[in-house]
Design a protein around this ligand. Structure first.
Ligand SMILES: [Zn+2]
Ligand SMILES: [Zn+2]
Length: 236
């Protein structure tokens, strides 16, 4: 058992406050990660405010987690102590339904276990996320992270990043394709950068002139910009 420090919401209207809680001792397949960075996803705000009606309090948000492995279970093969590791939005699934067998654990027929605001499958204990100093996760749901990367920039890849990377890969985006991205927010700016890196022509669609400028070539992202007019009848 680990004593862990984190930040929790205790209801749908107050600020996050310091919160001490316990994590399980690592089982044979578990990796213990000392958390270095955790991204702030807009889902965290929705969950904390109970916008989706399923909040479990106290709630420790955070599902874009990067850290260093500090202990491993006896059967862990992918990681050793000292490795960098990442955790996204899920930490478990049933492992034997057809979806799990196809490596589509997010579609687990029995429901995936979310990184926070969920319940551990065996114990029913609440899951707590990355706004904390340590997490214990089965290695199957932990990804390797290169030492060469800027870790604070890696954290958002674990939700916003994979959410935009996945469809671009699915549709095999590359040279000769044109990709439109609506909005340059947490996900949109990832989509622009991925699609550009894949060789596509990228078009940013926005009502915000500042964001349009920020998306253009020479501003690191590399999109053409189409302004959406706020008012019907405005001249193009
Ligand atoms: Zn399953
Ligand atoms: Zn997210």
């Amino acid at each position: 058992m680990y004593r862990v420090h984190g930040y929790a919401a205790h209801n749908d209207h107050s600020n996050l406050v310091p919160f001490n809680f316990e994590r399980r001792a690592p089982g044979p397949h578990d990796v213990v990660i000392d958390i270095l960075y955790s991204g702030v996803c807009h889902s965290d705000l929705h969950q904390v405010r109970n916008d989706w009606g399923n909040a479990i309090y106290p709630m420790v948000p955070g599902h874009e987690i990067v850290g260093r492995v500090s202990a491993v279970g006896s059967e862990v093969r992918k990681f050793k102590v000292g490795d960098l590791a990442g955790v996204g939005c899920m930490v478990d699934s049933c492992r034997h339904c057809s979806a799990c067998q196809e490596d589509l654990e997010q579609y687990c027929e029995h429901g995936m276990t979310v990184t926070y605001n969920g319940q551990e499958r065996d114990s029913g204990a609440p899951t707590y996320g990355g706004y904390s100093d340590l997490i214990v996760v089965d290695e199957h749901f932990v990804v390797k992270v290169s030492e060469r990367l800027d870790l604070k920039a890696v954290a958002p890849l674990l939700c916003a990043g994979i959410t935009t990377y996945s469809p671009l890969r699915h549709w095999k985006v590359g040279p000769g394709h044109k990709v439109g991205v609506i909005g340059l927010g947490g996900l949109g700016h990832m989509g622009v950068k991925f699609a550009k890196a894949m060789g596509a022509r990228v078009v940013m669609i926005t009502t915000s002139p500042d964001k349009g400028r920020d998306a253009q070539p020479g501003r690191r992202r590399g999109a053409a910009v189409h302004r959406r007019r706020r008012h019907a009848g405005a001249r193009q």
